[in-house]
Design a protein around this ligand. Structure first.
Ligand code: CXF
Ligand code: ZN
Length: 381
C-alpha cells in the first residue's frame, strides 16, 4: 500500500514527510494503523547524530542506520496479520513496545524482557524476522524503522514481538505514551531505583521521562520527591505528579536534599535529562548518601560518553550506580498494568500531552521540545 512517513535521511537534517510504499506483513508480522505517536527525545538524538548504531552490530548485520522512519512510542489497531501470527488478530488494539520481547531468549526467559536479544536491532531498525525492510521510499530505497516500529507514519508493519495487546476501550492516543516514556520513567523509579516507602528521591530533568519518574517515586511511597529542572513551569507541573520539592539545578537540589535529610542525603537519584552526558553522573551520585543508588535512564551520545566515579563512594559508601533501559520493565506485564492504573485514575497520562501535531508538524514538534515547551508532543493520525 501507499502511505506517508517522516524520514530522516541523514543526521543533522530535518524530518522529511514523504509518500512511501509499505509491503504486506510477512511471517510473524502485523500491519498496524496507528492512532498516535509520541515525540520522544530519543528520535531527536538521531537528528543531532548523538545516538549511533554500535559499529560492531552494524558490521555484523551489514545494516545502515539511515534513512530511517522515526517514532517509537505509538499505539493503534492491527489491520492485517501475516502468516504464522498466533498472538494477535485483525482489530486488536496494541501498544507498540519500543523494545521487542521475543519471550524465548535468555533475557526474556528470566523475565528481563527489556533486555530481549532483539533489542540489538533497536537502532538498526529492520524487521526482526529476516532483517529486511517492509518500508520503501518513492525512489525505491529500503527504509529503517526506529526501534523496529517507526511510528511517524499512519501505518507501519512490525513484528508481533513489538506488540502488546491492550483493552479495546482504552484511548489509543494516551496508551501510546506507555510504549516508551511512561514505562521508562515510572520503571526507572519503581523497578530500577526500587523506591521504597519513606525514601528521599531526586529526579533530575522533568521531560516525559522525568515526570513519570516523579510519578513512579510518589506512587512507590517516597517521602520526599525533589524535582530538578531549570524550566519554571516544569517544576510547577511536577507537583501535580507528586513532587514534594523543586530545584532549578543540581547544586540547588544538593542543598535542599542536605536540609531535608539532615545531611544523610537521598536514598535514590534518577538522571532523566533530555541529553545525558557522563559528566552529570558524579553530581548525581553526590546527591545520594551511603548505601544509596543512582539510576541513569536518560540517553544521549551513549557510545561516546564515559563516566568517572569516585572509588570512596563506591566502596566505603557502598553507593550503587544502576543502568536502565525501558524502566527495566517487562512490557507484557507493565504496559497493561500501567494502563489499569490509568483507568483507575491513579496514573496520570492526559496531563503529559502538552501539544498535538499532524505528521506534517513533526519538525515544529521537535522545535517546541528544544525550546522547553513540551512534556510530550503527540502526533495524532
Ligand atoms: C531509547 C533507548 C536507546 C535506543 C532508542 C530508544 N529509549 C527510549 O527513548
Ligand atoms: Zn523514547
Amino acid at each position: 500500500m501507499q502511505t506517508r512517513a517522516a524520514i530522516l535521511w541523514e543526521p543533522r537534517t530535518e524530518w522529511s514527510v514523504e509518500d512511501i510504499e509499505l509491503d504486506d506483513p510477512k511471517a510473524g508480522e502485523v500491519k498496524v494503523k496507528l492512532a498516535a505517536s509520541g515525540l520522544c527525545h530519543s528520535d531527536e538524538h538521531l537528528v543531532t547524530g548523538d545516538m549511533v548504531l554500535d559499529p560492531e552490530t552494524a558490521a555484523l548485520l551489514q545494516l545502515e542506520q539511515f534513512p530511517v522512519i522515526g517514532g517509537h512510542e505509538g499505539a493503534g489497531e492491527v489491520v492485517e496479520v501475516g502468516p504464522g501470527v498466533t498472538t494477535l488478530k485483525e482489530g486488536d488494539h496494541v501498544v507498540l513496545s519500543f523494545v521487542p520481547a521475543c519471550g524465548r531468549c535468555p533475557a526474556c526467559a528470566q523475565g528481563r524482557q527489556h533486555l530481549c536479544d532483539l533489542g540489538a536491532l533497536l537502532l538498526a531498525g529492520r524487521q526482526v524476522g529476516d532483517l529486511t525492510s517492509r518500508h520503501r521510499s518513492k525512489g525505491g530505497k529500503d527504509l529503517g524503522i526506529m526501534c523496529c516500529v517507526g511510528t511517524f507514519a499512519p501505518y507501519t508493519v512490525v513484528s508481533e514481538t513489538s506488540c502488546v495487546k491492550i483493552d479495546d476501550w482504552l484511548p489509543l492516543d494516551k496508551a501510546a505514551l506507555v510504549g516508551c516514556g511512561v514505562t521508562t520513567g515510572w520503571g526507572s523509579a519503581v523497578n530500577a531505583a526500587g523506591v521504597r516507602p519513606g525514601e528521599t528521591v531526586v529526579v533530575i530533568g522533568l521531560g516525559g521521562i522525568g515526570m513519570n519518574a516523579v510519578q513512579g517515586a510518589a506512587m512507590a511511597g517516597a517521602r520526599h520527591v525533589v524535582a530538578v529542572d531549570p524550566v519554571d513551569w516544569k517544576r510547577d507541573k511536577a507537583a501535580t505528579f507528586g513532587a514534594t520539592h523543586a530545584a532549578a539545578s543540581i547544586e540547588e537540589a544538593a542543598a535542599k536534599v542536605g536540609e531535608l535529610t539532615w545531611g544523610a542525603n537521598a536514598e535514590k537519584a534518577i538522571l532523566a535529562t533530555g541529553v545525558a552526558t557522563g559528566d552529570l553522573v558524579a553530581p548525581m551520585m553526590a546527591l545520594v548518601g551511603k548505601g544509596g543508588r543512582g539510576v541513569v535512564t536518560a540517553v544521549g551520545p551513549i557510545l561516546q560518553e564515559d563516566v568517572k566515579l569516585n572509588l570512596f563512594d563506591m566502596t566505603l559508601q557502598r553507593k550503587e550506580l544502576v543502568g536502565c533501559i525501558f524502566g527495566n520493565a517487562n512490557p507484557r506485564r507493565d504496559i497493561p498494568r500501567l494502563l489499569r492504573l490509568y483507568e483507575e485514575g491513579r496514573l496520570k497520562l492526559d496531563e503529559l500531552v502538552t501539544a498535538t501535531y499532524t505528521l506534517d508538524g513533526v519538525n515544529q514538534g521537535y522545535q517546541d521540545m528544544r525550546e522547553g515547551k513540551n512534556l510530550r508532543g503527540m502526533i495524532t493520525y
